[in-house]
Design a protein around this ligand. Structure first.
Ligand code: FES
Length: 165
């Protein structure tokens, strides 16, 4: 990213919500976790600029915050899509064609593991067994599970979510 592009990204982020979250927890002992959770709830991820704001206002090092953010899988440093498409890559799903399902997703939406579409509507995540092996191959879109997938069925699922807001 060029310096100008980075500045533009930073300028686009409104820190009001982050300041509000920090105000709420600032006097609390052990405020870092609830602050980060609150910021993620407000923005859907942890924008870089809010890390620096939090460091400044809670008087901790930004490196300490990044340590927490990378340790806990619940935190995301990049924007994530409204619809998280988890493609199971466990053994049963792999044997039944998870690769084809992941390929279909990549082909239709242009995203692979950990990538998000430009409109921030979809994020792909390849995951280990999600416990529905009897229905392999399986995907989840947010909390909804879709099993016994074929390329055609996968297409239908993608279209269904594309048509939604
Ligand atoms: S391997 Fe995919 S659900 Fe178990």
């Amino acid at each position: 990213m060029t310096e100008t592009a980075q500045q533009e990204t930073v300028e686009e982020i409104d820190l009001t919500a982050a300041n509000r979250v920090i105000d709420k927890y600032i006097d609390m002992h052990g405020s870092l976790m609830p602050v980060l959770q609150g910021i993620q709830e407000a923005y859907g991820y942890i924008p870089e600029e809010t890390v620096h704001l939090t460091a400044e206002r809670l008087n901790v090092y930004a490196s300490q915050i990044y340590g927490v953010l990378t340790f806990y899988a619940q935190f995301h440093l990049q924007p994530r899509g409204k619809y998280i498409v988890r493609v199971c890559m466990g053994t049963a799903c792999h044997v039944k064609g998870a690769g084809r399902i992941a390929e279909t997703l990549k082909d239709r939406l242009g995203i692979e593991h950990a990538e998000t579409t430009e409109d921030v509507k979809f994020t792909a995540e390849y995951v280990a067994c999600i416990g529905a092996c009897g229905m392999a191959p399986v995907i989840m879109v947010n909390d909804a599970t879709y099993g016994s997938l074929t390329v055609q069925k996968m297409d239908d699922v993608i279209k269904k979510y594309q048509a939604m807001d």
